[in-house]
Ligand binder design. Structure first.
Ligand code: FES
Ligand SMILES: [Fe+2]
Length: 354
């Protein structure tokens, strides 16, 4: 069902400040996240091994958490290190712990085989920690399978219809733009799309002085396994040669990160941040963009959650693909292949000479 052997975003770092405990279901497993005294993030199975009480009702003590039902104490590796009133602690007593890495303001978790967890596989998210880029990290909860959201992000065609008055700008966008290229990569896709000489879309017009000057708009979308999306948007004054790499004054750029982490097979944690490179300390620009993008996301959410209900009503229904679906079709193939490889039975060992 899920690709377990890969890194998922579990939380923003700000969610864990000040000793906060976050209980979050990830890939249908309940996980407790917290930052211990040493500052390291701990992720434990959120179920006490004694009688199954949630550890999220417990108390942080140093880098440990105490179950507040009968007081068992667990360290950051999930090992039980104290049983009140009992001297001997069975060596194996404990709960599962998960590999965690905190990087670029993101708490990454590995839900699969811990022996395979390599922090070098975590994608860099440089704009999140670069002071030149400003944005407001946020979270949305979806009642839909994460791949329906991935599909939606893979598809610029919906901008024109779902987001006509917000992010898209006009229905014309669907007719007059075509992906310049869809790169089908082993664990990703990359799409580039240009829309030349058009009016600035409403969300952009709100935060610029020259609101009606035509712009050349470029979007580059990259989707990485298991559902990590980066959109690099550029608006250049029309006709200044941005498509040939000529970047003139008045060009403004955005970076949009979105992370889809399955909660269950029918619900998703959606983390996002929309950053700009031109506010120069004017936080009203980030705020306006945040609100506009959120308005756009609610437009998507309506469609995607209703789509999930329609799909649930008839599991035999199968979708048909149109040309605009090339990238999402590729990504679904990539995910299917990786999940099938992960779930393939290990071939039996053969005796030498057999
Ligand atoms: S259920 Fe946790 S200590 Fe008993
Ligand atoms: Fe959308």
């Amino acid at each position: 069902m899920f690709l377990k052997n890969c890194w998922y975003m579990a939380a923003w770092d700000y969610e864990l400040i000040d000793g906060k405990m976050v209980a979050r279901t990830l890939l249908e497993e309940s996980v407790l996240l917290f930052k211990g005294e040493s500052g390291a993030v701990v992720a434990l199975e959120n179920r006490c091994c004694h009688r199954g009480a949630p550890l999220s009702l417990g108390r942080i003590e140093g880098d440990c958490v105490r179950c507040m039902y009968h007081g068992l104490l667990f360290n950051g590796e999930g090992k039980c290190v104290q049983i009140p009133g009992q001297e001997k602690i069975p060596a194996k007593l404990g709960v599962r712990s998960y590999p965690i890495v905190e990087q670029d303001h993101i708490v990454w978790i590995w839900m699969g085989d811990p022996a395979l967890a390599d922090p070098a596989d975590i994608p860099d998210m440089p704009y999140l920690s670069d002071p030149q880029w400003a944005g407001i990290p946020d979270y949305l909860h979806y009642d839909a399978n994460y791949l329906l959201i991935v599909d939606n992000l893979a598809d610029f065609a919906h901008l024109a219809f779902v987001h006509t008055n917000t992010l898209g700008g006009s229905e014309e966008y669907a007719y007059t733009t075509k992906p310049v290229s869809v790169e089908r990569l082993e664990r990703a896709f990359r799409v580039e799309r240009w829309h030349m000489n058009s009016a600035p879309p409403p969300y952009h017009a709100k935060v610029i002085p020259n609101k009606t000057d035509p712009v050349d708009r470029r979007n580059i979308g990259t989707m990485l396994v298991p559902g990590i999306f980066c959109l690099e948007t550029l608006f250049a004054p029309a006709g200044t040669g941005a498509e040939k790499g000529n970047i003139v004054e008045g060009t403004r750029q955005y970076r949009n990160y979105q992370f889809m982490t399955p909660e269950t097979r029918k619900s998703t944690h959606f983390f996002w941040s929309y950053m700009n490179d031109f506010e120069n300390g004017d936080r009203n620009i980030s705020r306006s963009l945040h609100d506009s993008i959120l308005e756009g996301f609610y437009e998507d959410k309506l469609f995607i959650e209703e789509q999930q209900k329609v799909l649930d009503a008839d599991p035999d229904f199968s979708m048909v693909a149109i040309a605009a679906d090339a990238s999402l079709t590729h990504f679904r193939r990539v995910m299917d292949k990786l999940i099938a490889e992960q779930n393939a039975p290990t071939p039996p060992l053969r005796a030498v000479g057999a």
